[in-house]
Structure formats: C-alpha cells, structure tokens
Design a protein around this ligand. Structure first.
Ligand code: NAP
Length: 293
C-alpha cells in the first residue's frame, strides 16, 4: 500500500484563497482591514527571510503588515514598550514577536506582555489556559495547521486513537488539546515514555513533533494510519544537506493511509494559519463571527 500524500502546499494555497475572500468581506461589510505586526530582533538571515515571507503572505490576502525590525542589542524595556504601543494600536489586530530572542531578553516576559486578544502565535498563558479548559482561544499556528491537514483525509477525529509524540508548549501540548477538542482519544508521549513503537502502533492518527531525524520507523506505524510529521531536521550525507522529518518517510508511506511530506507538509500550512489567526483575532476584537478551527 502506498499512502496518500497530504500536499501541504496546495492545501495552504486553498486556505489562503479562502482567507483572502473572508478578509475582503470583512472590509466591505464592517470596514475592518486586519493588521499584523511582526517584531524581528537582530539580523539573522534565516529569520529575516521567514519574516519577509510572512509580510508578503499578509499583503497577498489583503491584510496590512506592520514590520518592526529592531537591533540585536535592543533593551528588554524598549521591546516591552513597543509591544504596549502595538497592543494599544487599533489598526493592529495581531502581534507576533519572532523567536528566538537574544539571551538578554526574557521571552516569557515578552509573551506575557502581548494582549491575549492579539496573541496570534497563541503562546500567551491565558490562551493556553483557555484552550486547555475548552474556552474559545487563539491557538498556536502549527497545531491548527495539523488539525486542518488531518481533516483533509479524516473529516471526523471523533473516537480515533491519536498519539501526540512531543509535549512542547508550541506544538505537542496544544495539538493534543485540539485533537481532544475534536473528540479523539489522545495519548501524549515524550522522551520518558516507555515502548514508543508499541504506543505508535496503536495510533490511527500519529502526530510527531520531537526534532529527531527519522526516529519513527515504518514498522512502528499502524496500517492505514494518518501520519502528521511536524519535525524539521537538517541532515548531511556525502557533502550534501537536506531537510527530513521525524518520521522515516520512505518506510512510513508504505504502511500509512495518509502522510505529510517534509518539506511541503506542515511547514507551508503554518504561515497560512498565521493569516487565519490574524483574521480570527480581527473578527473577535470587532465582535464579528470568527472562522472556526
Ligand atoms: P521541543 O520544544 O524541543 O520539544 C521536543 C519534544 O519532543 C519534547 O516534548 C521532548 O520530550 C520530545 N522528545 C525528544 N526526543 C524524544 C524521543 N526520542 N522520543 C520521544 N519524545 C522525544 O521541540 P518543538 O519546538 O516542539 O519542535 C519539534 C520539531 O518540530 C522540531 O523539529 C521543530 O523544528 C519542528 N517544528 C516545525 C514547525 C513547522 O511549522 N513545521 C513548527 C514548529 C516546530 P521531553 O518533553 O520529555 O523533553
């Protein structure tokens, strides 16, 4: 059996088109243009390119980008003061501070300073708490991306055995919460879990976010399972380097029912889900019905 490949690029293109239409509708019906402020500290070329592609994506769907590049030696106080300014700016509906931050800045303090209603990264403790208690929340973008990808091949997760490998606050934990909200039976595994192959073999939905190149082998996968590979790992062989996931794709595709490739799976959907969160934030701030995850 060869698995269906879940094509993140084309699914993300469809989502962006739908967000563009909803953004236009919001502007025409309510006079609101969603605005996303992105704060980038330092001049790391990879982060600059990532932030550049976010800005282009924002403009393409008819939203307003507000880019705030800051020098690497910016003080914590100056950054917090900018966050307060963006919190108070009615043209800004989403505030994102690009991680990682330089070591002299306390990331937890910065995340906590963002207005939870504008927290489009979904990292604020209030949003994490709301998600965990079943209240409407801005959830992190990558977990939303994964749920949307799963639903392309499995419209209902109700009653499914789901395994989340990884329990970070940005991916594993919130994705487990979102799967639970979809009524899946969710197990969370991590570095201290025993017998990972056996846990994986039970899963009808297997999501992996651990940052360990191709750790999950083909014979760990339940036949017909939906496999969502979130890992991004650079590996080198024979003087060449390439990006691989946390799942051994060549093996897994022979067993799984559907699988996301790396690259081209979860990655492209994550930026589209940042736009989705910006649209949701703008709707919620205006008291207009917001699109559901
Ligand atoms: P993280 O904060 O380092 O968390 C890794 C998690 O994996 C931890 O919970 C850790 O367990 C667990 N883990 C590590 N080794 C393990 C093993 N051998 N067996 C079982 N569990 C293990 O990483 P993250 O930020 O969640 O990111 C995970 C991966 O996703 C990375 O490759 C990252 O680049 C990628 N990522 C991709 C996107 C995207 O858009 N595609 C977005 C975000 C992250 P403990 O808690 O016990 O330490």
């Amino acid at each position: 059996m060869s698995a269906t490949i879940i094509d993140g690029k084309s699914i993300a293109a469809d989502l962006r088109a739908s967000i563009k239409a909803q953004t236009q509708d919001l502007r025409e019906t309510h006079g609101i243009v969603p605005g996303l402020a992105v704060v980038l500290i330092g001049d790391d070329p990879a982060s600059q390119s990532y932030v550049g592609s976010k800005s282009r994506a924002v403009t393409e769907v008819g939203m307003r980008p507000f880019d705030h590049p800051l020098p690497a030696d910016v003080s914590e106080a100056a950054l917090l003061s900018l966050v307060q300014k963006l919190n108070a700016d009615p043209a800004v509906h989403g505030v994102l501070v690009q991680m990682p931050l330089p070591p002299h800045i306390d990331a937890k303090l910065v995340v906590a300073a963002i207005n939870p209603a504008k927290d489009v990264d979904g990292f604020h403790p209030l949003n994490a708490g709301r998600l965990a208690t079943g209240l409407p929340a801005l959830a992190p973008c990558t977990p939303i991306a994964c749920i949307k990808l799963i639903k392309t091949v499995r419209p209902s997760l109700a009653g499914c055995e789901a395994l989340m490998v990884g329990r970070s606050h940005i991916v594993g934990n919130p994705l487990a919460q979102l799967m639970l909200k979809e009524n899946a039976t969710v197990t969370i595994a991590h570095s201290r879990s025993r017998d990972m192959p056996a846990l994986c073999r039970r899963a009808e939905i297997l999501c992996v976010a651990i940052g360990r190149a191709e750790l999950i082998r083909g014979d760990w996968i339940r036949p017909g399972a939906t496999v969502i590979d979130i890992g991004i790992n650079r590996v080198s062989a024979g003087g060449k380097s390439r990006i691989v996931g946390d799942v051994d794709f060549a093996q897994a595709r022979e067993v799984a029912g559907a699988i996301t490739p790396v690259p081209g799976g979860v990655g492209p959907m994550t930026i589209a889900c940042l736009l989705f969160n910006t649209l949701r934030a703008a709707c919620m701030q205006a008291g207009v019905a917001a699109p559901e995850i």
